[in-house]
Write a new protein. Sequence first.
Length: 290
Amino acid sequence: MRFGLALPNVGRYSDIATLVDLAFLAESDGWDGIFLWDTLHYQADSQEVCDPWIALTALALNTERIHIGTMVTALTRRRPWKVARETATLDRLSGGRLIFGVGAGDEGDKGFTHFGEEQDSRTRAKLLDESLDILNGLWSGEPFSYSGEHYQVQKITFLPTPLQQPRIPVWIAGTWPRTGPMLRAARWDGVNAFAQREDGTFGEILPEEVVQLRAFMDEHRESDLPLDIVVSSNVFAAYDDEDAQALLIDYKDAGVSWCLQSVWPETDPEDVRTGLQRGRDTWYKYSLRE
């Protein structure tokens, strides 16, 4: 099981120097990934926001080993051919360390509601699928054309290709047990899943639900490539909290391949710096790397 840090690009974390410092510390402390929100205005009514792609470029230039990426990009408000250029460039710049987390977007995100972007959930699902198909085709480096309901691409070749082959890993964000997002994830490289309860509330997916999710993916996956199952948990707390420690062990046993520590804009960066070292001590102590 690998461990990553998911940071906002909002508030104190809109300062790129802060993000670079945290990425350097995360790499030094043995973390495996650092991911940024890709938001224009989410939770930012009175806070500063930085562009995540420029920030990721700075992270790539100031680290050597750690994976970087978005968590998540609302691809439905982006031009897929522009994203193809950005991601291929960043993958090469980072030496093949980019992971691309994508989703349909939050319905209340002002990046949609205040700029005339598509808000219908079914239409956004179609836009997401078409965008992913176009990305994959343009990443191939081969002549590519596309005719969809929302996008048309005349035959064209994009070079250079990403450094990673057969493609940059794509993680799909979605809610378990909703079938649509989970079937989409089964076609790609990873699933970043949250759970919807019977009462309609949402929360972190539990280890027993991960077992069900893994069985679903095994049933519907057509590729032989590995599939990452990504969850969020309080890795920092597991340093001295037995319940948090037990949860990480249960996640590992359930087949989770990445566990992310989420950070919110109100979190003090000093607490993150402390937590990074504690996280390292936690997974080595409990053999969670194995």
